[in-house]
Design a protein around this ligand. Structure first.
Ligand SMILES: [Ca+2]
Ligand SMILES: [Ca+2]
Ligand SMILES: [Ca+2]
Length: 267
């Protein structure tokens, strides 16, 4: 609450009443309550109120008290939001000796997949709380150099869902952080590790979603005739051992024509 001090003199009021209105009642009031022309009304933001007394010393003591009284620091925080259409919203929060804004809680590690495929979108969720119930914004780091802008606002208590697709095979740390509508920003959350691969069908050398004789010819072409490499190394690595080498060719031939073991599942 703001403290303000007002002491008004009724001298002017009475003077005006006499001149303008020739008001007998005003003269009566002057005679009854303001003979000494001291202030007759004192407000100190509700801290103390005095009305009608005509003892100058009483007012002086109160004014002196107000000046000497210790007032807790007044904390204030403001925010301005652009609403579009030439409109802005200005928000002000004032605290009398108390904090005016608490930082949101650091979000937990994002929830979502631990393993996935390239170029497929996956949803991740994050949630912070804010004891002021401020609107919240979230920022994501997907571990491949992609850091989003601040996304929001979201009502406090609302889980944010963000989708992302990685373009390359790898293992990535996904993190998120939060800020409230007064720009108080949390630390980054703990990381969620996500492994992104490309393998759907082992032995599908040419990555056309079918494992057939053309994969064998593509493999031979790559190994011995300068043909195109496999789009996905783990699919070309049909035996799942080491990398792609000559044993994958013999495994393929054995599997296709010799009743050999089927390829293991993708990692
Ligand atoms: Ca807050
Ligand atoms: Ca194929
Ligand atoms: Ca191999």
């Amino acid at each position: 609450m703001l403290h303000a001090l007002y002491a008004t003199s009724s001298y002017n009021f009475i003077y005006q009443a006499q001149v303008v209105d020739k008001c007998a009642a005003a003269n009566d009031r002057a005679n009854e309550i303001n003979l000494t022309y001291v202030p007759t009304t004192y407000y100190d933001a509700g801290h103390r109120v005095l009305v009608g007394a005509n003892y100058q010393a009483l007012y002086i003591s109160r004014i002196n008290d107000a000046g000497a009284r210790t007032v807790a620091p007044l904390n204030m925080i403001t925010a301005i939001d652009w609403l579009g259409n030439n409109e802005v919203r200005v928000r002000v929060r004032i605290g009398n000796g108390v904090s005016v804004n608490e930082v949101p809680t650091v979000p937990a590690a994002p929830s979502g997949i631990a393993k996935g495929l390239i170029n497929v979108s996956y949803d991740f969720t994050a949630l912070s709380s804010d004891s002021d119930a401020d609107d919240l914004y979230y920022q994501w780091d997907f571990g491949d150099g992609t850091i989003t802008g601040w996304l929001g606002p979201f009502s406090e208590g609302t889980t944010m869902v963000q989708s992302y697709a990685w373009a390359n095979v790898g293992t990535y740390d996904v993190l998120v952080r939060t800020k409230d509508s007064y720009e108080e920003t949390t630390a980054w959350s703990p990381a969620s590790s996500v492994t992104i691969g490309c393998c759907i069908i082992r032995g599908d050398f040419n990555h056309d979603s079918v494992r057939d004789i053309t994969d064998l010819t593509s493999l031979v072409d790559f190994m011995f005739a300068g043909g195109a490499a496999a789009p996905c190394d783990e699919e070309a690595n049909i035996n799942g051992i080491g990398d792609l080498d000559i044993t994958d060719l013999t495994f393929t031939v054995d599997f296709m024509f010799g009743g050999g073991a089927a390829p293991p599942d993708c990692p």
